[in-house]
Design a protein around this ligand. Structure first.
Ligand code: ADP
Ligand code: MG
Length: 701
């Protein structure tokens, strides 16, 4: 059989035909035999296992249960309209819910007759439920022949609508594999396979679809996951190497007088071990003559600013200028104040450039920049405008990168003959697992240690009905001279409603905290920027004690005297957002508090989020939980990278395999950097193919 057999158009497969071929292509991107073979099951149902309702746990994933429907009722209206069935077995009761197809199920479900249901369990309040379960009469279920391990293939709404069922997919696969035999080309080397005891490609493919045994299934899936992760790691390592060798940057060869003088005489505190390590990493990176493009991660309050300042000094010592960009005017101002203070005794010149700097002052900045008298420019994106010309920009530091677009960053690169080094600082922790697969380990620095003597923020969960007690607590804190944030959710879909909540909340706060004793600020997205800044300013200066706001205060604002953060409807915020918000307090010497207000009804997931927040203040721990809850799709930075295209492996659950694959890739490149050894030919071919950006599962040779 020719090896290109897998290139055969899918129409040729017995039982497919042109119409279905078109559908498969449109819905699942399947146009050849090979594409079909590489459509892996999402999961396998072990149809030998039945659960009892009292065995369910909040994340029991997919379960099969035998029981009866005792009641059916329609609830809610409009978008929240749903059909709810009470489903019982001998051990308890739960709910089945349909949002779609309500009429069908209402007309067809039989009461008090045994059914087998199958679906994903979730818990709402104290009750378990399954939304849109598969339902089948027990009688019919018994009459069907069940193999122990049924593969369940990915499907889409259209496929279901056009009656391409899982059963049919299984049949197509059977047909395909009866023709395919051993057509799959091995992608891994003999060495790697034997080193890690991986089954060969053909065995893996066959058993992934038609497991001969649970053990073979497990080995096959392991091999496919390893293969997938291994090639991603190979690509990353190769890309990083290319970047390191090809893109030239300014070599900051020396650590000079400015740096040393500041370090020995003007540091306001001893650096933490993590800060020292990170400064070393940056120094080494900027000294090589290659371009630095480094991400600096550090939780709020971990002390990124001082690292930025030391980085600037390295540039200045080598005859260059530096700039620091922040996403908002307020943040830029705060950076300016902070940096100016730190550098006060050094004689270095620091200026602030934002949209509100007047023309005359701007002219001075422009000329100082061009003749080199200005050492450090701090500002908003105003400083990447074309008009702003540096004499010799050596490093650009970008704070809270996710507010900057790609185009803006590209402008930065053009600010000098060679691209200036770039250090991006972010307080949004990317879990190590994800960072490793996104960037390789080459260009990330992490400050994973807080400065000593920080008081941990006390976080508590309170229900809406405890509001009076919360208010009186706030009054006590205000009496002690503290300031308070009160944050409301504002989510785009229901913006108008949220806005009303915010205004209602504001009014009740003003009622509870009347003038002249109390002053309340309010900031939200519908205000003009000037008004926002004005209100923010009042709070920063301590003229108001309470700041009622939407999440606009999320990023970077520093008011050390604000020590209480109250988050309303906390169940509606994501974990990373909650963490960012909480980071607004705990910046001064006083004990800080974060109060998460919710209603009684919490989904299991919301509960996990709140519990996580109460249990820990470690941003990385929180990010890991977040990743588990939401998957990598919503995490920052994942959109452009390959991890979302993973077909077999799961970036979170297969962390261990990832680590092994990564080590293997590293070892291989150490031994055979250009893949010239004959044993690595198959790997080299795959990598060459991957340059076409078509993805591993399109590789057929
Ligand atoms: P972030 O990482 O959130 O930008 P900052 O750089 O603003 O954190 O630092 C937060 C606070 O901690 C600042 O007041 C800073 O002066 C202080 N700080 C930073 N590093 C140290 C340290 N090593 N020892 C003591 N205080 C520090
Ligand atoms: Mg900061």
């Amino acid at each position: 059989m020719p090896t290109n057999f897998l290139h055969t158009p899918i129409d040729y497969l017995n039982g497919v035909g042109p119409a279905r071929a078109k559908l498969l292509k449109a819905e699942l991107g399947i146009s050849t035999y090979g594409d079909l073979a590489n459509l892996f099951p999402n999961r396998y149902i072990d149809k030998t296992k039945y659960y009892k309702i009292n065995e369910l746990v909040p994340d029991s994933a997919h379960v099969q249960i035998v029981g009866k429907v005792t009641h059916l009722k329609t609830m809610g209206d409009g978008r929240s309209s749903r059909l709810v069935a009470t489903f019982i077995d001998s051990t308890g009761s739960m709910e089945l819910v349909w949002f779609k197809g309500q009429k069908y199920f209402k007309d067809n479900l039989k009461l008090n007759v045994p059914y087998v249901i199958y679906g994903k369990v979730s818990k709402y309040g104290s009750k378990y439920n399954i939304a849109h379960p598969d339902v089948e009469l027990l009688k019919e279920h018994r009459s069907r022949q069940q193999s122990a391990m049924t593969p369940i293939y990915p499907s889409t709404e259209q496929l279901t609508k056009r009656n391409v069922t899982n059963k049919m997919m299984v049949r197509m696969m059977q047909q395909l594999f009866s023709e395919v035999h051993s057509s799959f080309t091995e992608t891994l080397s003999e060495q790697i396979r034997s080193q890690h005891q991986l089954v060969d490609k053909n065995t893996a493919m066959y058993n992934a679809h038609f497991p001969k045994s649970a053990a073979l299934l497990q080995q096959s899936i392991y091999r496919l996951k390893f293969e997938e992760l291994f090639f991603i790691q190979m690509e990353l390592l190769l890309q990083n190497r290319i970047r390191k060798t090809r893109i030239k940057g300014y070599a900051f060869e020396k650590v000079g007088e400015r740096f040393n003088d500041f370090y020995s005489n003007h540091l306001p505190f001893e650096l933490t071990g993590a800060q020292k390590r990170v400064v070393k990493e940056i120094r080494a990176d900027m000294g090589t003559g290659a371009h630095m493009n480094r991400l600096l991660q550090g939780d709020v309050g971990s002390g990124k600013t001082i690292v930025a300042v030391l980085t600037c000094l390295l540039a200045i010592d080598n005859g260059f200028q530096a700039c620091i960009m922040a996403p908002t005017e307020i943040l830029a101002q705060q950076h300016y104040q902070g940096v100016s203070e730190l550098l006060e005794k050094t004689g270095l010149k620091v200026s602030l450039l934002t949209g509100s700097v007047k023309t005359k002052a701007r002219r001075v900045i422009h000329s100082d920049l061009e003749d080199g008298t200005l050492n450090i420019l701090i500002g908003t994106h105003a400083l990447i405008e074309d008009k702003v010309v540096f004499k010799n920009l050596g490093v650009a530091i970008v704070d809270e990168q996710h507010r900057f677009g790609v185009a803006q960053r590209a402008k930065l690169w053009k600010k000098n003959h060679l691209p200036p080094h770039v250090l991006v600082m972010t307080a949004t922790p990317i879990p190590r697992t994800l960072a490793m697969s996104l960037y390789g380990d080459l260009d990330i620095s992490v400050i994973d240690e807080l400065p000593p003597g920080r008081k941990e923020i006390k976080t508590v969960h309170r229900y809406d009905k405890n509001r009076l007690a919360v208010f009186s607590f706030l009054k006590e804190e205000i009496t002690k001279g503290r300031q308070i944030y009160l944050v409301y959710p504002l989510i785009e879909e229901s913006e108008t409603l949220d806005y009303k909540d915010l205004m209602d909340g504001y009014e009740s706060v003003v009622r509870e905290f009347p003038t002249p004793q109390y002053q309340v600020s309010i900031v939200h997205g519908r205000m003009k920027p000037e008004d926002k800044d004005y209100e923010m300013e009042r709070f920063v200066k301590g003229e108001t004690q309470i700041m009622v706001a939407t999440t606009v205060i999320e990023v970077g604002v520093n008011v050390p005297n604000a020590s209480v953060m109250v988050i309303e409807s906390a169940e509606r915020f994501g974990l990373s957002q909650l963490h960012q918000l909480r980071g607004r307090v705990g910046r001064g010497a006083d004990q800080s508090f974060c109060i998460l207000m919710t209603s009684y009804k919490l989904s299991a997931e919301a509960k996990t989020r709140i519990e996580t927040m109460v249990a820990t203040t470690d941003g990385f721990e929180i990010a890991e939980v977040d990743l588990k809850l939401r998957g990598p799709g919503d995490m920052m930075g994942t959109r452009q990278s390959g991890v979302l295209a993973l077909r077999v492996a799961d970036i979170v659950k297969d962390n261990d395999i990832l680590a092994v694959a990564r080590e293997t890739a590293k070892e291989l490149l150490q031994k055979d950097a250009t893949l010239v050894l004959p044993e690595n030919t198959s790997i080299k071919k795959v990598l060459q193919f991957l340059q076409s950006k078509k993805g591993l599962w399109k590789y057929i040779s």
